[in-house]
Design a protein around this ligand. Structure first.
Ligand code: NAD
Ligand code: DAU
Length: 332
């Protein structure tokens, strides 16, 4: 098996995964990406060449998808509309890409008998109370809250049904919140870092007590590769690195790392339906597939991420004004 089709490979996690695959394996990679506002071809430009090619196209384009999957050994499917706040504003593209796009890909994969790995999120399980000692496991019930997470849940269920009904050779993974280089500045961590770099006060939704379970994107990539190579067909694996932190704690680490006073931020309007807490139990992945995260210090990972955004202003600064206009129109 040596030809890999990576959908959404110009986005945040997809581009980190493309770099990881080129650096650590011998796969020949084709990236399929529609270059929406969230896609940035420059994130993978440095490795395009003999072993990596870029195809500009939509995962809902069944002819294109069929042709590409006919030529591939394994599909790793990252492409999605990924931002909760956008899904609350305009859900339609989430239904199109996350549900119809995934359907288009798995139909082609079943026609060609192609190995398929579906990337998903812990948000399909809904949220946990702050004082709940439990964490999400592979058997947690689906209970999504937002248009984004409900369309991801729908896509997971399609993949599971295609495995059972049609023998699709698929695995699934549901990961917690990622951070690292190449993340769009609409998301929490890069928004706050680029706010400080732009002289704008960071913005914390609601009370700041909501908890996310953070993992470095490179640890996510290594876990996905392990599942592609050793995962059992039909199985779901949760990916997480024991990185639970409140949003306020994360912001304090960013402010400290950037030499800012700890109170130099604003509380702003909360996200409607804002999930309280996510937490992942990744025992199955660690036990069955012997995966471990490499990034054990969140503060060091954040420091490296601050350095990356500081050194790559041209990668993000053209988007800054429109992102902040979108948020300020909603009091955020
Ligand atoms: P992103 O928004 O940064 O990137 C998405 C990419 O998909 C972009 O390059 C975009 O151009 C492309 N795309 C969108 N619609 C497309 C279409 N119709 N056809 C082809 N390409 C299209 O997203 P991300 O944060 O990198 O997330 C990638 C995947 O990982 C998603 O499936 C998401 O649900 C999942 N995930 C994300 C996180 C996280 O913390 N960001 C955590 C767990 C799971
Ligand atoms: O859990 C995995 C999910 O993590 C992925 O499936 C999603 O694709 C990804 O976007 C992420 O979803 P979140 O909604 O958790 O991420 P976001 O970066 O938008 O927000 C993280 C937390 O920070 C959340 O509690 C909302 C809060 N927040 C966000 C922004 C943009 C703020 O307090 N201020 C902000 O400015």
């Amino acid at each position: 098996m040596n030809r890999m089709l990576i959908t959404g490979g110009a986005g945040f996690i997809g581009s980190n995964f493309v770099h990881h695959v080129i650096d650590n394996t011998e796969y020949h990679v084709t990236v399929l990406d529609a270059l929406t506002y969230a896609g940035n071809q420059s994130s993978i430009e440095s490795i395009l060449g003999d072993r990596a090619v870029f195809v500009h196209g939509n995962i809902c384009d069944s002819k294109l998808v069929d042709r590409l999957i006919a030529e591939t050994d394994v599909v790793v499917h990252f492409a999605a509309e990924s931002h909760n706040d956008n899904s609350l504003n305009d859900p339609r593209p989430f239904v199109d890409t996350n549900i119809v796009g995934t359907f288009t890909l798995i139909e082609a994969a079943r026609r060609h008998g192609t190995r398929f790995h579906h990337i998903s999120t812990d948000e399909v399980y809904g949220d946990l109370e702050l004082d709940d000692p439990g964490r999400f496991t592979e058997s947690s019930p689906y209970n999504p809250s937002s248009p984004y997470s409900s369309t991801k849940a729908g896509s997971d269920l399609l993949v599971r049904a295609w495995v059972r009904s049609f023998g699709l050779q698929a695995t699934l993974s549901n990961c917690s919140n990622n951070y690292g280089p190449f993340q769009h500045i609409e998301k929490f961590i890069p928004r706050q870092i680029t706010n400080v770099l732009s002289g704008i006060r960071p913005k914390l939704y609601g009370t700041g007590n909501n908890v996310r379970d953070w993992i470095h994107a490179d640890d996510h990539s290594a876990a996905v590769l392990r599942i592609v190579e050793r995962g059992a067909i039909g199985e779901t694996y949760l990916i997480g690195a024991d990185g639970e932190k409140s949003n306020l704690e994360v912001l304090q680490i960013i402010l400290d790392g950037m030499g800012q006073p700890s109170d130099s931020f604003d509380f702003v309007t909360d996200r409607p339906g804002h999930d309280l807490r996510y937490a992942i139990d990744s025992t199955k992945l660690r036990t069955d597939l012997e995966w471990q995260p490499r990034y054990t210090s969140f503060a060091e990972g954040i420091a490296a991420t601050i350095d990356w955004y500081t050194e790559h202003r041209t990668w993000w600064e053209n988007d800054k004004q429109s992102v902040e206009e979108f948020y300020s129109a909603q009091g955020q």
